[in-house]
Design a protein around this ligand. Structure first.
Ligand code: FES
Length: 116
């Protein structure tokens, strides 16, 4: 992303995802960071980064909606906790990958090599 090409980076392993102001204004942003499709969500005063494809049958979770701190899949309506990626009861699929996020210098950074 060219918007922060002149910004100094946080410690190694962190990758720029988007401007914090843009995330706050839009609430949800789809982006591709280092070859990984992500959804960035502004939820309850904090930034969350998660994978974009539903772990069940890969529906596009950016077409879903938020409900009580959970991201609801638009296809079969399983939901995922934004804190730990936990899937709603009754589903055999794995949890959603939630990536570590930090906000620094007015930008949102993600750590792609570690998922909760
Ligand atoms: S594809 Fe998301 S719940 Fe089935």
């Amino acid at each position: 992303m060219g918007e922060a090409s002149d910004k100094s980076s946080p410690p190694s392993g962190w990758t720029l995802a988007c401007a914090l102001e843009r995330l706050i204004n839009q609430g949800m942003i789809c982006t591709r960071v280092a070859g990984t499709d992500l959804i960035l969500i502004w939820n309850d005063g904090r930034a969350v980064a998660c994978e974009r494809a539903c772990p069940h049958e890969q529906a596009d979770l950016s077409l879903g909606h938020l409900s009580q701190g959970r991201l609801v899949c638009p296809h079969h309506a399983a939901s995922f906790g934004l804190d730990d990626g936990s899937i709603s009861e009754g589903w055999a699929s794995r949890r959603l990958r939630i990536y570590p996020v930090r906000v620094e210098q007015g930008y949102v950074w993600v750590q792609l090599d570690a998922s909760a």
